[in-house]
Design a protein around this ligand. Structure first.
Ligand code: UD1
Length: 432
């Protein structure tokens, strides 16, 4: 298993480029199953979660080819309707294949999905919504059998605006008979991107990005070419790194309106933000200021996915910040690792209390989850001395070449093999 080694304290400067959004690519790849043709998807980052989706598509019979950042998905022939458990468990997004398989093959056999360990993460809203559309779903332990003899439109009221459930409904309803209305739908930009993709294929989805979405089922879809939106969580990760480790940094390929939920927090920290079309310049103060209160909420609230990375920046701010995590019940696992750098963060139920410290110091830490892992990279970039980050397979799920991107803007960061890391540890112990 590889590790990331960082000699911290270097000033970052220059330009950094944001890749395509993981959370857009995954449902869109699942949706390509609806199209008996060749879908061309541009701006697809090279991530292990994308590989996991491609593996599922290929298992089901699709032919997938990567040309640089473009994926070409030929779903003319789909021969399978069962997804093996080990593929389902690789990521949470595998559950989105339920809606697309139901639509395409009228029958699906899957297991409960995996994904980051940040809470219980039930799929009750996915299942109850698909049942409303007419799917017959039986549960046997962790296995699900889903049949869709007679799918039809329905009015679905979500008790919580779940991103994944909204996506599953959109995908299943796009080619169902009649009209579906989703009340209290998730409003995340990735939902709008999925709808944009499907609408380019001939679907009739109205209101994506708003709380009510209407879908008029169509008989079939045709292939299209689509470009994935930039990843707003990666952008916020770079903003956090810029706030903490740069005087000035230009973040390229952003959508400013997608960052509007996080921009006020960075301004309260004392950063100056200059937006020029798809570029964002972050100018940081000598010392960041605390943010009075951050509460994670569904979009357009502060994203739960950005909670850990901004927390890393706030470890060195003057004063105390409180971050309340309202979406996932155990999304604070990164905190004990951040404290190894010398951060002073306490947890009280679903609130983290971050007392800003003057300095962080190099540490050996392990990624706890995808975004938690990114927060450790940021802390290590700011820390004095050497840090080693293990279990970086979490980071590989959502950040393409994180070490190369930071190295290009002046970080002393590299990826090393586990053997090399062990050798280094032994030498260090002997020298100590
Ligand atoms: C998606 C994102 C993830 C992000 C999350 C919230 C992808 C691939 N992942 O995850 O990065 O952190 O949105 O913005 O897009 N819930 C239920 N029952 C359900 C479904 C969800 O109780 O059937 C709960 C969850 O446990 C959680 C909350 O709803 O507490 C939010 O989950 P949801 O919006 O569904 O997140 P995901 O789609 O899993």
């Amino acid at each position: 298993m590889e590790k990331i080694v960082i000699n911290g304290g270097k000033k970052l400067q220059g330009e950094i480029f944001v890749h395509g959004a993981k959370n857009s690519v995954l449902p869109i790849l699942a949706a390509t199953l609806l199209i008996k043709g060749v879908s061309i998807i541009h701006n697809v980052p090279d991530l292990t979660d994308v590989d996991a989706s491609v593996k599922i598509l290929e298992y089901l019979g699709a032919k997938v080819k990567r040309e640089g950042n473009t994926l070409i998905v030929d779903a003319c022939e789909i021969t399978e309707n069962t997804i093996p458990e080990e593929m389902m468990r690789e990521m949470r997004s595998s559950i989105i294949f339920l809606g697309s398989l139901l639509s395409r093959t009228k029958e699906a056999y899957i297991c409960y999905p995996g994904g980051c360990d940040i809470g219980i993460r039930p799929i009750d809203l996915h299942l109850s919504s698909l049942r409303k559309l007419g799917a017959v779903i039986t549960e046997n332990g962790s296995c699900l059998c889903c049949k869709n003899a007679n799918c039809h439109g329905a009015k679905i009221i979500l008790t919580f605006p779940s991103v994944g459930a909204t996506e599953n409904i959109i995908i299943a309803a796009a080619v169902s008979k009649g009209k579906t209305t989703i009340i209290n739908a998730a409003r995340e930009p990735e939902i709008s991107d999925l709808a944009a993709f499907l609408n380019s294929c001939g679907a009739k989805i109205f209101g994506a990005g708003e709380g009510t979405i209407e879908i008029e089922g169509v008989d079939g879809l045709y292939p299209c070419t689509h470009t994935i939106i930039p990843d707003r969580v990666v952008a916020a990760t770079y903003m956090s790194a810029a706030a903490l480790c740069a005087d000035e940094l230009i973040i390229k390929n952003i959508r400013s309106q997608h960052l509007s939920p996080v921009i006020p927090a960075f301004m309260e920290m004392g950063c100056k933000l200059y937006i020029d079309r798809n570029n964002l310049k972050v100018v940081s103060p000598k010392r960041l200021k605390r943010v009075r209160m951050i509460k994670t909420m569904p979009y357009p609230g502060f994203p739960t996915d950005c909670q850990s990375v901004i927390m890393a920046a706030l470890t060195k701010a003057s004063g105390t910040t409180v971050i309340n995590e309202s979406i996932f019940e155990s999304r604070f696992k990164h905190i004990s690792e951040l404290n190894r750098f010398g951060a002073d963060i306490a947890v009280n139920d679903r609130s983290a209390i971050i007392n800003g410290v003057k300095n962080l110091y190099g540490a050996n830490v392990y990624c706890t989850d995808l975004r938690g892992g990114a927060s450790m990279v940021i802390a290590a970039l700011a820390a004095e001395g050497k840090s080693t980050i293990g279990d970086i397979y979490h980071i590989n799920r959502g950040y393409e070449n994180i070490e190369d991107n930071f190295a290009l803007i002046g970080a002393d960061i590299k990826r090393i093999s586990d053997e090399k890391a062990k050798e280094n540890e032994k030498t260090e112990q002997q020298e100590a």
